[in-house]
Design a protein around this ligand. Structure first.
Ligand code: ZN
Length: 456
């Protein structure tokens, strides 16, 4: 069996309408990807599963959808305008900026983005002769400086100076803090409670890479759980377990998941763990972070906005502590397709099949008349019309039935319903199972119930 590489998955994702390079006809725009006709179905299914489990099934969680553009002071309060940066050095010959930590790792020197500017700067200087500019190949760099990742806009600014720019969000979750008080005043939740949202975030990554893994535009699914001061330890463990279970329920396998604790904590954080997924080619990397953030966020926003964000419990006022979960939606999408992508040898041929969990499959049932002739397309259309109210269906009458089965396998459709000439006599159809490739003859009257049992 040939090895499953990320290269194969990227090529499949384009060929089968799941993910395209952003602005491809113009040569592509680095760090931006577009979800295709089947990709958007899968993406929506993943987000809907998150929303159902995290918001709708819970009595202690509230959902939000906040504006992308936020007041400039938000990013001062959060620390993003000063601290949200990567260590960079600029090539003196061609002005290309490189990530100092990444270049050090390339030549075998241990470095990471959380080290201080001085530490990385010193290492970079010591190894200068060995580091070459990615563009021109010269080894002549400026000192290492921190380069901010926020992307500016000219939102509401009609001057040429744009002195107080409105940034695109560097992280989605700030919208939750901004509406913490509105949620309190309108919904009257009792502490502890959570607020959740799925939102876009933007970072000016110097080197976007690894397909959907590190983009300049991406989506995050975040929760902030508000608790009483010092009641963090047990609840943090509980939330960690809930998030682990969610990924398993989504359909990721335990052998491909692991926990990793942060070695370098930001000064206010009490604990931080990542859930990592074992991607083909890339190996284990973060898909979600679970962070114990103490009272930092609401204290900062109280300070910068001047609005008291404390919680009043029976006359006792305090700033709630926060336990945060932050999941990269694109990263989980990539994990789901990596997990599902299988190549099997079937009768000396390689069958590519996407074994998506049924609840995530973009198309649940394909209706395939054996021939385009009216006598078959008429009953097949009728079946399609009846089923499409219950499942996302696809009607396909092009090419040979073998090719159509292969195509449905490649997009991960759990069931194919074939209408053939026997159907005209026995009022039955052939249902083919994606995973076993077994075929069963099912009476048309029983078809809906048969599929409902298997797709629920
Ligand atoms: Zn250069």
């Amino acid at each position: 069996m040939a090895e499953i590489t990320m290269e194969k998955i990227i090529s499949w994702a384009k060929r089968r309408g799941f993910v395209f390079q952003g602005s491809e006809i113009y040569g592509g725009l680095g760090g931006a990807y577009d979800f295709g006709p089947l990709g958007v179905e899968l993406l929506n299914n993943i987000k809907a599963f998150w929303w159902k489990k995290v918001v709708q099934d819970r009595e202690d969680y509230y959902g939000l959808d906040t504006a992308i553009f936020r007041h400039p002071r938000v990013w001062e309060a959060s620390g993003h305008t000063t601290g949200f940066s990567d260590p960079m050095a600029e090539c003196k010959n061609c002005n290309t900026r490189v990530r100092a930590d990444k270049e050090l790792i390339k030549i075998g020197v241990t470095a990471d983005e959380k080290m201080s500017e001085e530490e990385i700067g010193k290492l970079f200087k010591e190894n200068l002769g060995k580091i070459k500019c990615v563009k021109c190949g010269k080894s002549d760099f400026t000192d290492v400086r921190k380069f901010n990742l926020l992307i500016k806009s000219n939102y509401g600014d009609f001057t040429t100076k744009n002195t107080e720019p409105v940034y695109l969000p560097g992280e989605a979750c700030q919208g939750i803090y901004l509406n913490y008080k509105n949620t309190l005043d309108s919904m009257h939740p009792k502490i502890p409670f959570g607020i959740a949202q799925i939102g876009k975030a933007f970072r000016n990554e110097i080197s976007p890479r690894n397909f959907l893994f590190r983009c300049r535009e991406f989506e995050q699914a975040d929760t902030q759980y508000f608790i009483r001061p010092n009641e963090n330890k047990d609840k943090y463990e509980e939330i960690k377990q809930e998030r682990w279970k969610w990924h398993m329920d989504l359909g990721l396998s335990e052998k491909n998941l692991r926990w990793k604790q942060h070695e370098n904590l930001v000064f206010y954080a009490s604990d931080a763990w990542d859930i990592e997924y074992n991607f083909p080619t890339y190996g284990f990397d973060e898909i979600e972070g679970v962070h114990d953030r103490t009272d930092y966020d609401l204290t900062q926003h109280t300070k910068f906005s001047g609005v008291d964000l404390s919680y009043n419990e029976d006359g006792k006022k305090f700033i709630p502590w926060i336990l945060e979960t932050s999941m990269g939606v694109g990263r989980v999408f990539l994990a789901v397709i990596s997990e599902a992508y299988v190549e099997e040898e079937v009768k000396d041929e390689t069958r590519t099949v996407l074994k998506f969990p049924k609840h995530l499959a973009p198309i649940k049932v394909a209706i395939l008349p054996l021939s385009k002739k009216d006598e078959l397309s008429k009953p097949a259309r009728e079946i399609f019309e009846n089923l499409k109210d219950h499942f996302v269906c696809q009607y396909d009458e092009t090419q040979s039935i073998g090719k159509r089965y292969r195509r449905q396998d490649e997009i991960g459709t759990p069931y194919c319903v074939t209408v053939d000439f026997d159907t005209l006599n026995d009022n039955a159809v052939t249902v083919r199972d994606r995973d076993t490739m077994k075929q069963e003859r099912i009476d048309i009257k029983e078809l809906l119930g048969y599929l409902q049992d298997r797709l629920k």
